[in-house]
Ligand binder design. Structure first.
Ligand code: SF4
Length: 67
């Protein structure tokens, strides 16, 4: 029941598109030079996080105690 949200730091994002290649759900697209996540598709697996050369994608866990 862990709530995990993927967020793109638009200040860091250079629109390299690496995240769009690795996402199994095809949830990421590049729009106006920034990566945009389609939360209807994203299943928060976190695969895109290490794929970003800029470290612009982060997993946030609002409920850290839920483990
Ligand atoms: S967390 Fe997984 S499903 Fe969501 S955008 Fe990243 S790679 Fe795609």
């Amino acid at each position: 029941m862990t709530t995990t949200i993927i967020v793109v730091n638009s200040d860091k994002c250079k629109a390299s598109g690496e995240c769009t290649k690795v996402c199994p759900q095809r949830a990421i697209s590049i729009k106006s030079g920034k990566a945009i996540i389609d939360y209807d598709k994203c299943d928060s697996d976190g695969i895109c996080v290490p794929a970003c050369p800029q470290g612009a994608i982060e997993l946030t866990k609002p409920d850290k105690k839920g483990g």
